[in-house]
Design a protein around this ligand. Structure first.
Ligand SMILES: C[S@@+](CC[C@H](N)C(=O)[O-])C[C@H]1O[C@@H](n2cnc3c(N)ncnc32)[C@H](O)[C@@H]1O
Length: 300
């Protein structure tokens, strides 16, 4: 396990630091808290209360917090669940399952789900079923039948500068094609490049409202949908909102230049350098002037 360092986050839940990517799996504030605030709450599972079935795709399952939180809720209802996970490394889940502080977070049903995936890659319970597709998400997504569209896509790779291959214009467009009309793609990312790619793929985008524990943040992530939400619905919901002027302007800066991976097999270094070259030739506004303007506006 020399690639990972275990640590306990502020809410007492286990997380990992990847020595390879030089990045943590979660916010230091709390692995579990992050999944609740950035994935479970914006999913607004009550919107599926009258549906017979829900199809969930977890992109980068890792230790499984995002899925764990969502299944804890769904398994208390009558809705039929079809779950798919994409993850390149089997070790994080195995490592979590061997740790007491991880085990005690979850109900027996969720631990059973995790143990099934860990042992055989498959889970069934009554009408519910799940499969983890181990390997590179860019290829493994094709193992999931074309006819299946996802109601929830939980997009949680390492940051775009560390793992650009899973934030590319092409991969985002592929995920968009597989999103159901009423479905939601949810990610912690607020990056202009990602939001711009989501918009170009034809999605409406909303900003996740930061939790009360992080009042200084301007956004906690992005919810993207094919369907346009009614204004009344957005203002009633305190989970996400329309993009602010600051966020809209962010999409007009050089930061909005996308990561490109036309073959679906590009190496991260190549993807980053292609983008840097495109940014250097771009006529778009410098991100530093946008940042300066908004930092000054905040001080006034
Ligand atoms: C930020 S962590 C995910 C955290 C996770 N959602 C959790 O709750 O623990 C990113 C994950 O992406 C996985 N990953 C990196 N490259 C990948 C790829 N090309 N395809 C699939 N998974 C990948 C890593 O192994 C790691 O588990």
């Amino acid at each position: 396990m020399e690639d990972y360092k275990k640590h306990t986050t502020k809410d007492g839940s286990l997380s990992l630091y990847s020595l390879r990517y030089k990045e943590g799996f979660h916010d230091m504030d709390g692995a579990l808290r992050e999944s609740i605030n950035k994935y479970l709450l914006p999913a607004q599972l009550e919107q599926f209360s009258s549906a017979e079935k829900i199809v969930v795709l977890d992109v980068c399952m890792g230790l499984g917090y995002n899925t764990g939180c969502i299944l804890e809720e769904l398994l208390q209802s009558d809705i039929k669940i079809e779950w798919h996970g994409l993850e390149i490394d089997k070790r994080p889940l195995d490592l979590g399952l061997n740790e007491k502080i991880f085990q005690k977070i979850w109900s027996p049903k969720i631990l059973h789900f995790f143990n099934c995936l860990n042992k055989s890659g498959k889970w069934t319970e009554g009408f519910n079923e799940g499969t983890i597709h181990w390997g590179d998400a860019r290829q493994k997504i094709y193992e999931i039948q074309d006819s299946i569209s996802f109601d929830l896509i939980l997009l949680d790779p390492f940051s775009p500068q560390k793992c650009p291959e899973l934030w590319s214009e092409e991969f985002i467009s592929l995920l968009t094609e597989r999103l159901s009309f009423d479905g939601r793609l949810i990610t912690y990312s607020t990056a202009a490049s990602i939001r711009a790619s989501l918009k170009r793929a034809g999605l409406k985008i909303y900003s996740i409202v930061p939790s009360i524990e992080t009042p200084n943040k301007w956004s906690s992530g992005t919810v993207a949908m094919k369907k346009k939400l009614e204004h009344q619905f957005i203002s009633k919901s305190n989970q996400f909102k329309d993009l602010s002027t600051r966020e809209v302007e962010h999409l007009t800066t050089r930061s909005s230049v996308p990561y490109r991976d036309p073959t679906g097999k590009g190496k991260s270094k190549e993807i980053i350098s292609t983008r840097e070259l495109e940014q250097s030739k771009s006529q778009l506004t410098n991100t530093s002037s946008w940042r300066k303007r908004w930092n000054t506006a905040q001080l006034q």
